[in-house]
Design a protein around this ligand. Structure first.
Ligand code: NAD
Ligand code: LMR
Length: 335
């Protein structure tokens, strides 16, 4: 399912040419942050991007001036402060949101809710007005609640198209690929592990039974690898010791996901990428599963597929936690 052809190339060449469109406007909200800056750099060198619109509440002019000197076609503009948000998002094809505070050691992603829920809500309100057709990718934590918030805001505005809103869970896949490759002495670029569920702790469900190439582990190793993938964000938070959470690997993952959205928009076929979306594949109303991406966002949700007994058990444990996270988001958006 996740063939090599789906692993996007993040680096463009100056002589890149294609018969397709190549003129998409991508907006990054939170562009001056730890994720926002390297993510914007990777988008600046993506040949599908013709306009890169950088929005933040601080430092955006400097980040935009810096990136604008890079010798690629994308035109860079910087917008600083809420009075310029509408201009930043206007008619964007893709909006990527890494705006908001990151964890410090000892915190859960849910501890970020009080600060980040309001940030995501106001960005979604503006997107509903000025870019109702945009594909929106949400990086901000807690992702499990932030995506329902954005969908509820769009619904209230009469602008919800559930095919267009995504929680970016790509970093879980990137990590799973890397850790499994390390264990089996494989090249990570040849490994694909679907990861479903949500993006926090026990809601992260790596499907190692569906690895490409097929791999197997004794039960204790399977358990410890699964826990490492589920807790990988915390591993980085601890290592950064108060200086934030994953930024560079997330920028890579965010750029990979944005590139998949753009390839789908551009009419490429067979673009498959898991993400956390409004869903009816389980009893949780939002769930991450592999998606076929196309001109309107989600073309097809590929659902759960076959799960091993071990993965069925992980799913059973994840659902109540996911439902709780989703309810918190829905409640916040409607209060
Ligand atoms: P950061 O503090 O370095 O950057 C956040 C940026 O958001 C800052 O530049 C800040 O000025 C900006 N910001 C704050 N309020 C804003 C608003 N109202 N509008 C626009 N911008 C605003 O944090 P970071 O390390 O870049 O992390 C950002 C978020 O991404 C956190 O919530 C973090 O938990 C999350 N994250 C998610 C994943 C994932 O896999 N989905 C991975 C890593 C981090
Ligand atoms: C991650 O998985 O790295 C992010 O969700 C950030 C975090 O707080 O762990």
């Amino acid at each position: 399912m996740f063939s090599r052809v789906l692993r996007p190339s993040l680096i463009s060449t100056r002589n890149f040419s294609t018969s397709k469109q190549n003129n998409y406007k991508v907006a990054v909200c939170g562009a001056s942050g730890g994720i926002g800056q390297p993510l914007s750099l990777l988008l600046k060198i993506n040949p599908l991007v013709s306009e890169l619109s950088l929005y933040d509440v601080v430092h955006t002019p400097g980040v935009a001036a810096d990136l604008s000197h890079i010798e690629t076609a994308a035109k860079v503009t910087g917008y600083n402060g809420p009075e310029h948000l509408a201009e930043a998002l206007k008619c964007a094809d893709v909006i990527i949101i890494p705006a908001g505070v990151p964890r410090k050691p000892g915190m859960t992603r849910d501890d970020l809710f009080n600060t980040n829920a309001g940030i995501v809500k106001s960005l979604a309100e503006c997107a509903a007005e000025v870019a109702p057709e945009a594909l929106i990718g949400i990086i901000t934590n807690p992702v499990n609640s932030a995506v329902p918030i954005v969908c509820e805001v769009l619904k209230k505005a009469g602008k919800l198209d559930p095919r267009r809103v995504f929680g970016i869970s790509t970093l879980d896949i990137v990590r799973a690929n890397t850790f499994i490759a390390q264990e089996k002495s494989l090249n990570p670029k040849d490994v694909n592990i679907p990861v479903i569920g949500g993006h926090s702790g026990i809601t992260i469900i790596p499907l190692i039974s569906r690895a490409t190439p097929a791999v197997s582990f004794p039960e204790d190793k399977l358990k410890s690898l699964t826990t490492r993938i589920q807790e990988a964000g915390t591993e980085v938070v601890k290592a950064k010791a108060g200086a934030g959470s994953a930024t560079l690997s997330m920028a890579y993952a965010g750029a990979r996901f944005a590139n998949s959205l753009l390839r789908g928009l551009n009419g490429e076929s067979n673009v498959i990428e898991p993400a956390y979306v409004m869903s009816d594949v389980t009893e949780a109303p939002y769930f991450a599963s592999p998606l076929v991406l196309g001109k309107c966002g989600i073309e097809k949700n590929l659902g759960l597929g076959n799960l091993s007994d071990f993965e069925q058990d992980l799913l059973k444990k994840a659902i109540p936690e996911l439902k709780k996270n989703i309810e918190a988001g829905v409640k916040f958006a409607n209060q």
